[in-house]
Design a protein around this ligand. Structure first.
Ligand SMILES: Cc1cc2nc3c(=O)[nH]c(=O)nc-3n(C[C@H](O)[C@H](O)[C@H](O)COP(=O)(O)OP(=O)(O)OC[C@H]3O[C@@H](n4cnc5c(N)ncnc54)[C@H](O)[C@@H]3O)c2cc1C
Length: 383
């Protein structure tokens, strides 16, 4: 039985541990955080990620805690529909094409799948070294962990990636994001549909969650790491969006007093490699993407399944990691690039450009959206 070290206990690291353990590997997760906090807002998992959940046998545990939506709409600030994605007719054969859940709840559900002592908290990895047949992870508390291979699932700022490719740095997309979860929904709210509203003041996402809650996100163009934005409250944001269509101002009004999570939006310019001998990069460590397609975690979940299957099929770790890279590089590169471009369009501010964009989006034939969905959903997961 191979002992596999996983650095990072995010969605990607936990799914990888689950998938590897199901294949009979001894997978151990080392996570920097000293304890789990109920952090995060909502998350949308698309059909491709939900298919992996089904393959892992997790669907029965996860589905009751989230919500399957019928539709995702992109609208302009007047409330006109620019595009529909994830419509039910594309959903044939899929468990759920748009599933929403609170991140903290998803994380807890994933953790529950792992036996005790699989995840070690308070373990800040500082790097690794290869020693003969083994790889050893080094931690800031002076301890080490040795296994036959190492999976880096330590996110966009991955220390493992920095050791392997020091020149890679996350890039700022030019916009910043606030997120929160609101208890309650305004009267007249359609809780079967997620919406993203694009307008000259910025972008607002409203995503129904189970339990009469809403996951709200707001993206605005801003300089990188503008400290003033950290103190923004929902009331400050409402000033920008009061002229937007129903239910944007109403939902923002309900967010008064809610704690906002604030992040600049960053990604990684696509890499040309994920496999480095007995070390492999996965999830955001390998292909962090802007959230415009809602695919970052979905891709980390796909990685988990494909990686476990490669390690099961190929006796040699280096070969398994090479095969993983071959299967994952082109797909994740396309998603990172497409998502970056969508972000550029979504964040247009000048009225004439917004008007032109909106007009063009309304003209795009349904089959173009359908092709994109087919690319996302009809992923080949078998190895
Ligand atoms: C605003 C926003 C909205 C998003 N919405 C969606 C969405 O709707 N759907 C979707 O699919 N994706 C979404 N994403 C993307 C998604 O959040 C990420 O792609 C996903 O969380 C990546 O998972 P990961 O496990 O690879 O990395 P992470 O979630 O970053 O996890 C990495 C883990 O490694 C740990 N770690 C870091 N450094 C070390 C170290 N040195 N030693 C040990 N541990 C370490 C961290 O503490 C963390 O727990 C969104 C992202 C943003 C910013």
């Amino acid at each position: 039985m191979k002992k596999i070290i996983i650095i990072g206990g995010g969605i990607g690291g936990l799914c990888t541990a689950i998938a590897l353990r199901q294949k009979g590997f001894e997978a151990i997760v080392y996570e920097n955080a000293p304890q789990w906090k109920p952090l995060g807002a909502g998350i949308v998992l698309a059909a491709n990620a939900m298919r992996v959940m089904e393959l892992l046998g997790l669907d029965k545990d996860i589905l009751p805690h989230g919500k399957i939506l019928h539709n995702m709409l992109i609208m302009n600030y007047k409330g006109e529909i620019l595009s529909r994605t994830g419509r039910l007719e594309y959903n044939a054969g899929f468990l759920a094409n748009t599933f929403t859940i609170h991140r903290a709840e998803l994380h807890q559900l994933l953790l529950k799948q792992l036996p005790p002592n699989t995840v070690h908290l308070g373990k800040e990895c500082t790097g690794f070294r290869e020693e003969g047949k083994n790889v050893t992870a080094l931690f800031s508390d002076g301890t080490i962990a040795t296994g036959e291979c190492l999976v880096a699932a330590d996110g966009v700022h991955s220390v493992i990636r920095k050791q392997l490719i020091p020149e890679t740095e996350p890039r700022y997309a030019g916009y910043t994001c606030w997120r929160t979860v609101i208890e309650g929904q305004p009267a007249g709210f359609d809780d079967q549909v997620a919406t993203e509203t694009w307008g000259p003041q910025g972008r607002v996402g409203i995503v129904p969650l189970k339990g009469n809650r809403i996951y709200l996100f707001i993206c605005k163009n801003a300089p990188y790491h503008d400290g003033q934005l950290a103190s923004y409250q929902a009331a400050d944001l409402l000033n920008y969006f009061s002229s937007y269509h129903f239910p944007v101002p109403q939902v923002l009004g309900m967010a008064r007093g809610a704690k906002l999570i604030w992040n600049d939006i960053i990604d990684l310019k696509p890499l040309t490699r994920f496999a480095f001998g007995k070390v492999v990069l996965t999830g955001d460590a390998a292909h962090a993407t802007t959230p415009n397609m809602g695919q970052g975690a979905c891709q980390a979940i796909e990685d988990a399944w494909v990686l476990a299957n490669c390690l099961e099929k190929y006796e040699s770790v280096t070969e398994a990691f090479r095969q993983f890279e071959q299967r994952r590089l082109a797909r994740t590169t396309r998603i990172v690039n497409d998502s970056w471009r969508i972000g550029r369009l979504a964040q247009l501010e000048r009225q004439p450009l917004c008007f032109l964009r909106d007009w063009m989006m309304k003209m795009i034939p349904e089959k173009v959206n359908q092709r994109q969905l087919q690319f996302l959903y009809n992923v080949k997961l078998n190895v």
